[in-house]
Design a protein. Sequence first.
Length: 242
Amino acid sequence: MTEQQLAVSLHNPFQDFVKLPIQSTTGFQLGRGHKVGDAVNVEPLLPFSLNADWDLFARPSLTVAYAPTPHEQSGLTDLQTSFFISPAKETTWIWGAGPIFQFPTASSSELGTGRWSAGPTAALAYSEGPWSNYILAYQLLSFGGNRKRGSINQTYIEPQISYNFESGWYVDCDPQMTYDWTADTANAWLIPMGADIGKAFNIGSQSSSLQIGAYDLLKRPDGTPQWIIRVSVTLLFPASSK
């Protein structure tokens, strides 16, 4: 693969590679003390071939967070796992759909919801030449766990637009938006806006990428940062099951 093709593959949510992205998100101006928090997320993408026509993609997501307010603490947040059924034939447009689950694995009550949640998830991707774009969404609804913590009813929308140069450098916009249906209007939306720049490259037989970006939170609930910096490293491995 050329470096441009590698960069395009890194942005494709249904590429036939095992992906291991590790992302650090640092939030600034948290709370009245304008403190700094951080979260490190590991979200591998695991492809499996079901038959000649269909593939299964599993995407677990595990985060370790440091929260300076309202009480300084660090630990695990809730674990999420998504599953997508997708057509095996590669085309310019490709889709995937399935369930998402969220488990109350947080190491403290402030870092998690305390509820078992599930719902549908789907993504639509477009890849042509240097462009690789997709939109991913899911809906989480709680169905068990600690009822004193309140119910979960959250919509997640992630549109991504990326342009990948022949050198392996790329730019993208990847705002990860949420809407909390249980919150009041002023605290319902989380809408970041910004951009990332990155480079896809090979070190020997290992394909990787390094990326950094900054986002301003145009809409945000109380207690969330005013702006964030994201730094991520992604490793790509051949999918032996494919």
